[in-house]
Design a binder for this molecule. Structure first.
Ligand SMILES: Nc1nc2c(ncn2[C@@H]2O[C@H](COP(=O)(O)OP(=O)(O)OP(=O)(O)O)[C@@H](O)[C@H]2O)c(=O)[nH]1
Ligand SMILES: [Mg+2]
Length: 280
């Protein structure tokens, strides 16, 4: 007797571009998602775009350090770390054929890009924007995953600064975007979940009251204006990520998937015929 089994495959090319300030937890996020996908048997590849990266638990499938490293640029061209990083990223843009060739093998695949931590790359330099535009031109659906350290929510004025940079990145890159609050395991040890809720989905009134208590009256109307700006951009909400909690990891992954409609392009592949009797 023969039975037919349909194998589902995801059509299209998908990218998560993991960005955020230095030390916010980008590489840890990438490692966590790689491990999660390994557990659920989902095929993903790590792409390293950080020319200063040193160590990876999961070997990147594509690595900018094969093209250029920050160490070489600093040594040979006498650049400092920040200027050197910008030089490396511009070098990547000028040699984008290298990336195209490397990506050529990953048709119908899901790629997680670990990016450098220099915030200016996302907020006002055109480099990341050009990289995003190029990936989209090559038919990749790109989701920006902006990682903000959860220590930012311990203080409303720090939170304002974090939200402003996340917003600047979102506006500059113009790609589907999610914001993730990292290191929740550390924060949850100190604060109650109820106290944090206001930051995940901010209420301008509560934020204004809180920050006004800590600032001089001459700043109160500015505080109110910033809180309203945050509220107006209702897409500035944060998804908490606790890397010690599998449900939390799964929720963040689904949110990124939704942003780029991963899973809506599933197509049945060639039916495979199995000889049932032979397996009995
Ligand atoms: N407890 C805890 N520590 C974390 C978490 N995420 C990151 N860290 C720690 O924070 C530090 C920075 O984490 P990375 O993942 O290297 O951050 P990054 O954003 O890749 O840093 P750069 O690439 O240098 O910009 C490391 O010491 C991590 O161990 C987390 O979810 N929980
Ligand atoms: Mg890193």
């Amino acid at each position: 007797m023969e039975a037919i089994t349909w194998v589902l495959v995801h059509r299209g090319k998908h990218v998560q571009l993991v960005m955020g300030p230095a030390g916010s937890g980008k590489s840890t996020y990438c490692r966590t998602m790689m491990a999660h996908c390994e557990n659920i048997k989902r095929k993903v590849h790590l792409v390293n775009l950080d020319p200063a990266a040193e160590y990876f638990e999961y070997e990147p499938s594509i690595d900018i350090r094969d093209l250029i490293t920050l160490e070489d640029v600093m040594e040979e061209l006498d650049f400092g770390p920040n200027g050197g990083l910008i030089y490396c990223m511009e070098f990547l843009l000028n040699n984008i054929d290298w990336l195209e060739e490397e990506l050529g093998d990953y048709d119908d695949d899901y790629l997680i890009f670990d990016c450098p931590g220099q915030i200016e790359l996302y907020t006002h330099f055109p480099i990341m924007r050009d990289i995003c535009g190029t990936l989209q031109k090559w038919n990749f659906a790109v989701c920006g995953v902006y990682i903000l350290d959860s220590q930012f929510v311990e203080d409303t004025s720090k939170y304002f600064a974090g939200v402003m940079t996340a917003t600047a990145a979102m506006i500059n890159l113009e790609i589907p975007h999610i914001n993730v609050l990292s290191k929740m395991d550390l924060l949850l040890k100190k604060a109650k979940q109820e106290d944090l809720a206001q930051y995940f989905d901010p209420d301008p009134l509560l934020l204004t009251e809180d920050v006004n208590r800590k600032t001089r009256p001459k700043f109160h109307s500015l505080n109110r204006a910033v809180a309203h700006l945050i509220d107006d951009y209702s897409m500035v909400s944060f998804i908490p990520l606790d890397v010690t909690d599998e449900d939390s990891i799964d929720y963040v992954m689904s949110s990124a998937d939704n942003a780029i409609q991963y899973g809506e392009d599933v197509e049945p592949k060639e039916p495979q015929e199995f000889d049932v009797e032979a397996t009995e």
